[in-house]
Design a protein around this ligand. Structure first.
Ligand code: SF4
Ligand code: SF4
Length: 286
């Protein structure tokens, strides 16, 4: 079962929940850190990395011996990543999506595609957990291709029979959508405040309304705010599967890079139960 752990905004405790879930499971769960701009699950899981490969996108390279500066490539580029002016062709790698349309449409066959490295994918083991993470290079803007490749490489073929946890980036932009796509359920981690509710609504819109995925909620720092999140979930029929009380010891463990289940082992059974409830929720909706 593929579980995407997401949140409408950063700082809700999403990684704490995703890591705790992985550590609470028996068997051999897979954990993918898809927050490629700021992956930090490895700080808690401390994996031994055994494979590291560069990834990127294919961007155009122009052969100026052949190019007639006809401008066709710029016309077909939907992302304004290639421009033709004054007889020159200029490529903007940061805008390029690697779609290949310019090369396909060049009448002179003056464009070849070359790999532009945007990051790396690392794989390894963290105890029994098959760990993988994407890391985007500083200055790059395209997280989606890295996430797509990470999922292609690291989601096991027998994903239907084991737990696969995807730690999504925060927010609701394209990298989050790419992470959620293909998941069996999206677990949304929020906090019981007006800000938390606002961002939870946005996340539900993406996961449930746009992607058509089952969603469930974990309320973190329960007790600090109001009842708005509970009321919203009740009205929308979204199950709240777990409430983690506000506890200074959890924040201290996080800032020390200590997994919650190591700092407070009494949570192990709660997260094992959370997984069983996730399985039940996914099955009920399917
Ligand atoms: S389409 Fe080909 S020939 Fe025309 S400007 Fe672009 S690279 Fe040059
Ligand atoms: S590969 Fe696609 S996005 Fe990149 S420059 Fe060519 S047409 Fe534009």
């Amino acid at each position: 079962m593929i579980i995407a752990v997401a949140s409408g905004k950063g700082g809700t405790g999403k990684t704490t929940v995703a890591v705790s879930l992985a550590l609470a499971l028996s068997g051999q769960p897979a954990f993918l850190d898809c927050d490629v701009e700021e992956p930090n699950a490895a700080l808690f899981l401390r994996p031994a990395i055994t494979r590291r490969e560069e990834v990127g996108i294919l961007i155009p390279e122009v052969d100026f011996e052949r190019c007639t500066a006809c401008g066709r490539c710029a016309q077909v580029c939907a992302y304004h990543a290639i421009a033709v002016a004054g007889g020159n062709v200029v490529v903007f790698p940061a805008l390029c999506h690697g779609c290949g349309s310019c090369a396909l449409n060049c009448p002179e066959r003056a464009i070849r595609e070359v790999l532009h490295v945007t990051g790396v994918i690392e794989q390894g083991k963290a105890r029994a957990i098959a760990f993988a993470q994407g890391i985007m290079n500083v200055g790059e803007a395209m997280a989606v291709p890295i996430i797509r490749q990470l999922k292609r490489w690291a989601i096991p073929e027998d994903a239907a029979d084991r737990a696969v946890i995807l730690d999504a980036p925060p927010g609701t932009a394209c990298p989050v959508v790419e992470t959620m796509r293909g998941a069996d359920i999206v677990l949304l981690v929020t906090e019981p405040t007006p800000f938390g509710l606002h961002d939870l609504r946005l996340a539900v819109e993406v996961a449930r309304d746009e992607l058509g995925l089952p969603v469930a909620v974990v309320i973190n720092r329960d007790g600090i705010g109001d009842r708005g999140v509970e009321a919203y979930c009740a009205a929308e029929g979204i199950p709240v599967l777990m409430r983690i009380p506000f506890d200074r010891r959890i924040a201290e463990a996080y800032s020390d890079g200590v997994p919650l289940l190591e700092a407070l082992p009494e949570y192990r059974e709660q997260f094992a139960r959370l997984y069983r409830q996730i399985q039940q929720t996914g099955t009920d909706v399917l």
